[in-house]
Design a binder for this molecule. Structure first.
Ligand code: ADP
Ligand code: MG
Length: 167
């Protein structure tokens, strides 16, 4: 059960607005895995997701903190209570290093939180511990103007598929 869809944006603002659209459709237990190099737009997209979830606080890059949490005060679903934003950039490059470091911040427990929405930057580092049903998004710079991005969405199960179908 998998499906892929490709989108394009032409500016940071458009990527942000696309994040808002996704944020409005996410549900408790959604896991969004973001992949793509530095400057690809992962944080810009996550900021939009947070706005779409009704979070007023500005989401910043958690590059030094690994995990940031934001309360969702007026959820569109009653079970939903927070956004967990993980940035794996500082985790070890090898799976073994990344996983053992991820253990220290309770990665598996976070992924088990069914009242939260989880967004992970540099998700490739944590791929082995992701739940089988997640929305994998690969962001890539395209063209030469520096402002075009390709976003490839891969849904891997019923939960992520139902979200992808709404975009
Ligand atoms: P990442 O978290 O992947 O390292 P950021 O979102 O922090 O990336 O940074 C993306 C940078 O690229 C920002 O400076 C943003 O203004 C710029 N940018 C230009 N065009 C786009 C676009 N279409 N989508 C997202 N960001 C863009
Ligand atoms: Mg970032």
């Amino acid at each position: 059960m998998a499906e892929s869809k490709t989108f394009h944006t032409e500016s940071a603002d458009e990527t942000n607005r696309f994040g808002i659209k996704l944020g409005k459709r996410l549900m408790a237990g959604s896991v969004v895995a973001l992949s793509g190099g530095l400057g690809a737009g992962k944080t810009t997209f996550t900021q939009g997701i947070a706005v779409g979830l009704g979070i007023n606080e500005r989401v910043t890059s958690p590059t030094y903190t690994l995990v940031n949490e934001y309360d969702i005060t007026s959820p569109h679903e009653t079970e939903l209570d927070r956004l967990i934003h993980i940035d794996s950039y500082r985790l070890g490059e090898s799976y073994d290093d990344a996983l053992s470091e991820a253990e220290t911040f309770g990665m598996e427990e976070l992924l088990d939180d069914h009242n939260a929405i989880i967004v992970i930057e540099w998700a490739e580092r944590l791929r082995p511990v992701l739940p089988s049903d997640h929305l994998w998004i690969t962001l890539k710079t395209t063209g030469s103007d520096g402002a075009s991005r390709e976003l490839v969405f891969d849904a891997t199960g019923p939960h992520s598929l139902s979200i992808l179908h709404q975009l």
